[in-house]
Design a protein around this ligand. Sequence first.
Ligand code: BV8
Ligand code: ZN
Length: 242
Amino acid sequence: MFSPTLIERLKTARSVAVLTGAGVSAESGIPTFRGESGLWKKFRPEELANFNAFMANPELVWEWYNWRRKLISEVKPNPGHFALAQLEQLKPEFVLITQNVDNLHHLAGNEKVYELHGNIMRSRCVDCNKIITNLNPEITTKIPRCACGGLLRPDVVWFGEMLPAHVIELAFQAARESEVFLTVGTSAQVQPAASLPIEALRNGAYVVEINFEPTVISHVVDESILGKSGEVLPQLINMLKN
Ligand code: BV8
Ligand code: ZN
């Protein structure tokens, strides 16, 4: 499954960067976005994951995010998450860049995590930008409000919204400086995240895709390994340790 080049490059690399998407959390029971039972099959992103839709109907958007919060609060990290936490321990310069808002990389033990699209368990005031982390879904009124009276929104990045500038800058820097770059469980269709593997490739990293099915970047990366991240990543780490 793993080429001698990958093993050699990963064994000798000091700096490793990993980009993850919804696929890495699929084996934990969280639906992906574009897969067969993907979220976008049932819900329309333009209706739920953008600011104007929120201001037009905050109750509907909160209903959806509370449904996802409840689902996420009931699942655990899977062996794919834990393998990436081990990889962080093995590599002096390791960065995990995620599009996921589910907090599972943190729960699995990763520390150096760049959350490109925010975190669903946090809330932010649209007026004073105050961040609230412990908004209890049980007592939450249909439309939670900040102490300043402002509307609270999930602290995630919606379509058409800029990503947090310092996080995206750090992510592109990590991609440029990586000797090995892994892109795991992402269809690589959402920008600017999908440009990170290309940035790494342009700067000489050995770029490897681990995904359940081919993606739009499978033909440009150095190696594309088709499989479930919860099975492939633990094998890769075992290979590294031997
Ligand atoms: C922005 C948070 C500047 C919210 C998310 C036209 C061209 C290019 C770009 C654009 C364009 N029009 C608009 C844009 C910009 C837009 C964009 O890229 N749109 C796409 C759809 C064309 N980007 C933005 O709006 C970004 N902001 O650009 O600001 C700007 C400002 C104004 C105007 C223009 C530009 C903000 C993007 C962030 C949006 N927020 N999430 C929430 O979660 O509720 S995006 C969300 O969807 C996720 O975070 C993730 O990023 C994306 C889903 O992608 P994946 O994670 O890859 O999931 P997917 O289901 O697609 O794929 C899963 C893969 O896993 C599959 O391939 C499957 O085979 C595989 N898999 C499944 N199971 C497993 C597995 N693999 C391994 N193991 C398994 N077990
Ligand atoms: Zn406020």
